[in-house]
Design a protein around this ligand. Structure first.
Ligand code: NAD
Length: 278
């Protein structure tokens, strides 16, 4: 029988570590969260972050802004949070409304407070293998693979998706672990030719049913990053029931999602430690 690679246990283990680290500081670290507009999914993600942060000994402060806020005002709030010594790190919850230039907004965040690891400084440092805040989802996937003792060195890892916040940084982190990495995307022809050769297959697309049982090599490790709301349920990219017959596979929900939150909180406590020179 193949393993269901739950994200819950590794996330809880990491949150416990974060709590221990935050308990050693002589103040409670604070995470700022900027939420623009009334996107339901974003509100749910933010609620989860707030709840998990409380359990990890981290305070949160939500800045809820209206959907139609002018970009200048959002940038003004970022400037304020950059300067606010009570805020250890902060994030701008994605997605932003279309009239806002997301890259400009992210670039405005002081890299020392960029606990999502999305600024060019942190991305660039990660690319160069330097100390940085790692983007939470890709770092969460790596942490999850380590938790399940998946060896990466010399293995063929196939990543489906090439976004700036998941696919590309994940490919970089996998390279850093000495995997041989293939990145597939929307223009890739014959996707299954690549996926069938993967020892480790990671899908980060947002298309339910994209990865079917016959696209996966027997004994592979499959990590499903995709999250799509279908009616009242949440679906990943992977046909879990088919794939689990042949390979270890992470579920959705309860897979990468909890790891993402835990890695974010880990970054917050690291930002606090750096601030006080630990
Ligand atoms: P994105 O829309 O920015 O990128 C999607 C990627 O999929 C693109 O690079 C595109 O080239 C590729 N793609 C599209 N159609 C494809 C196809 N038919 N075949 C192969 N590749 C295709 O999305 P993102 O921000 O990278 O997020 C990807 C998914 O992961 C979404 O479902 C998102 O909700 C989810 N996500 C989950 C977490 C988590 O914590 N679990 C965190 C971030 C994102």
């Amino acid at each position: 029988m193949y393993r269901t690679l739950s994200g819950k246990e590794p996330a809880e283990a990491l949150i416990l570590q974060v709590k221990r680290k935050s308990g050693k500081l002589d103040y409670t670290p604070t995470l700022g969260i900027i939420l623009v507009g009334g996107d339901n999914a974003s509100q749910i993600y933010v609620n989860t972050k707030v709840k998990k942060a409380a359990g990890a000994g981290i305070k949160t402060h939500i800045h809820k802004l209206p959907e139609k806020i002018p970009e200048g005002e959002l940038l003004g709030l970022i400037d304020k949070l950059n300067e606010d010594e009570h805020v250890d790190g902060f994030i701008v919850q994605a997605p932003l409304p279309k009239h806002i230039d997301s890259l400009r907004v992210i670039e405005r965040i002081d890299p020392k407070k960029d606990v999502d690891g999305w600024t060019s400084v942190n991305m660039g440092r990660m690319f160069l293998g330097m100390d940085s805040f790692l983007p939470a989802t890709p770092a969460g996937v790596i942490r999850m693979l380590e938790y399940y003792d998946v060896k990466l060195e010399g293995k063929h890892a196939v990543v489906i998706g090439r976004s700036n916040i998941v696919g590309k940084p994940l490919a970089t982190l996998l390279l850093g672990k000495n995997a041989t990495v293939t990145v597939c995307h929307s223009k890739t022809k014959n996707l299954s030719e690549y996926t069938k050769t993967a020892d480790i297959l990671i899908s980060a697309v947002g298309m339910p049913g994209l990865v079917k049982g016959n696209m996966v090599k027997r004994g592979a490790i499959v990590i499903d990053v995709g999250i799509t709301k279908v009616g009242a349920t949440i679906k990943g990219d992977v046909e879990f029931d088919e794939v689990i017959k042949n390979a270890d596979c992470s579920p959705v929900p309860g897979g990468v999602g909890p790891m993402t939150v835990a890695m974010l909180l880990n970054n917050v406590v690291e930002a606090a430690e750096r601030k006080v020179g630990k």
